[in-house]
Design a binder for this molecule. Sequence first.
Ligand code: 4NP
Length: 158
Amino acid sequence: MQIGVLFVCLGNICRSPMAEAIFRNLVKEKGMESQFDIDSAGTGDWHIGDGPHHGTVKKLAEHKISTQGMYSRQLKLEDYDRFDYIVCMDESNIKNALPMLGQQKSSKVFRLLDLIKDPKDVPDPYFTGDFEETYQLCLEGCKALLQKIELDRQIEKY
Ligand code: 4NP
C-alpha cells in the first residue's frame, strides 16, 4: 500500500503545488517514490485545469524542481479515502476542506506548519507576492512531514 499525501490550499496554483513539488523532490532524493501517492488540490474552483502560478514555477525552477504535468484540481469527497495525510496550508483551508471531505474533524487533516516548532499558516503569495517565503516555509514543513511519516511508519511496524 502506498502512503497517500495530499496538499491542499485555496486555488491549487501557488502554495499546494509548491509543497507537492518540494515533497515529491524530497521523496525522490531518498529513492522512495514508489512508496508514495502524492497530489495537491484546491478548495476553490477558479483555477481548475490551470498550471501553477508563474511565481511558483519560477521559484521552483531556481531550485531545479519541475512543475511539468501539474494542473489545478478541486478537492473532492473521494480524496478522504485515497489519502492518509491531508496537509493544508492554512486554517481556512482546513475549515473549507473538512465538509468537502464529508468530515467534521479528522486527525488526517492538519496544517503543514503544525509540524514545526512555531506552528503557523503558510501565508498566501497570491496576495503577498512573496514566493521566496512560500518556498522556505514549504521546504521546512515538507522536511518535517517526511520525518513524521517515517516515524509513523516505523511505529506501525512494531
Ligand atoms: P493558493 O493561492 O491558494 O496558494 O493557490 C491562491 C490562488 C488563487 C486565488 C486565491 C489564492 N484566487 O482567488 O484566485
